[in-house]
Design a protein around this ligand. Structure first.
Ligand code: ATR
Length: 297
């Protein structure tokens, strides 16, 4: 009887999750999930593990042996995860990237929460941003993986015209063609050079920078933000620094701005809920804590 009780207690193991990628030491995800683990008093852990494309098969093979309930996947593994998942969400499939793993009915499930993180961030920070979206135009700067998830999100909210502007226009063209496959006929997706910004600007309701410009204080040259309507919203997904030169310039013109930290916080909700069974809140306390880690407050 005594032994039975002991076994029972031993079975109440710690719930384990991870973030994998390479490099991974810079990832803010462990601090974010650990904040929630503490807040909700959970017997759980979340750790960053450096995994290369080469080591991914053996890491996945040992997932259950290592008692992981799932985790997050980041650069450069997001596109490589497909072949290791037994089930894939429609969203991850359409976006072409997996950033969240969890078990569903005993099968490893690959999902994408980047697009929902983007949407929830705007819903929280810029209420009504998508009101009458079917009459609105957006500019996306950049044509990488982040742009894909965000275009997908804008399609979901029915934006009427999505202009992709990229330093290398052929990449924007490839992306516009592939994302058009997921868009209903009434949604236009077009490709442009970066310097078309100033001409397009007067019709634009929302600008999202998904390129790496803004990191470490780098800035765009010759973007005339003053050509935008005064109600335009500017969102930068770069959050180091939190006030990128683009956001600073927009604020100086009195435009509404949305920073990129919120997308990181909101994309984390899906995984936490799936692994640990609690839907965590993205609130001011969390944001203040994360900003302090970034040396911002
Ligand atoms: P991610 O998957 O995170 O979106 P990525 O695929 O490396 O990252 O894409 C980075 C984006 O930033 C690209 O659109 C890139 O433009 P190119 O396609 O021309 O490379 C853009 N980018 C990077 N540095 C830039 C710069 N100095 N000026 C303008 N765009 C830049």
């Amino acid at each position: 009887m005594k032994n039975q009780k002991k076994n029972h207690l031993e079975k109440k193991e710690i719930k384990k999750a991870f973030v994998i990628g390479e490099p991974i030491s810079h990832s803010l995800s462990p601090k974010l999930h650990q904040f929630w683990i503490k807040k909700y008093q959970m017997n759980a852990s979340y750790e960053a593990i450096e995994v290369s494309i080469k080591n991914l098969p053996s890491f996945i093979e040992n997932l259950q042996k290592n008692q992981f309930l799932g985790g997050n996947v980041t650069i450069p593994l997001k596109e490589n995860m497909f072949k290791f998942c037994e089930k894939i969400s429609k969203e991850a499939n359409d976006i072409g990237a997996i950033n969240t793993l969890y078990y569903k009915n005993g099968q490893l499930y690959g999902d994408n929460s980047d697009y929902i993180g983007f949407l929830k961030n705007l819903d929280q920070q810029a209420k009504d941003w998508d009101e009458n979206a079917d009459k609105k135009h957006a500019i996306i700067i950049g044509a990488g993986g982040a742009a894909r998830a965000i275009i997908y999100a804008l399609i979901k909210r029915n934006f009427s015209h999505i202009h992709i502007l990229n330093r290398t226009k052929p990449r924007a063209l490839d992306l516009s063609k592939s994302m058009s496959l997921y868009a209903p006929k009434n949604i236009k997706i077009t490709a442009h050079d970066l310097d078309e910004f100033n001409i397009l600007a007067p019709n634009i309701s929302l600008v999202i920078n998904t390129s790496s410009v803004g990191m470490k204080g780098t800035s765009f040259k010759n973007l005339k933000l003053k050509n935008l309507p005064k109600e335009a919203i500017i969102n930068d997904i770069v959050y180091t620094p939190i006030n990128t030169p683009l956001l600073n310039d927009a604020q100086n013109l009195g435009l509404k701005t949305v920073d990129g930290l919120g997308m990181l916080l909101h994309q984390a909700v899906l995984g936490f809920e799936k692994w640990f069974g609690v839907k965590p809140e993205v609130d001011e306390d969390l944001k203040t804590y994360m900003l302090s880690l970034l040396g911002e407050k």
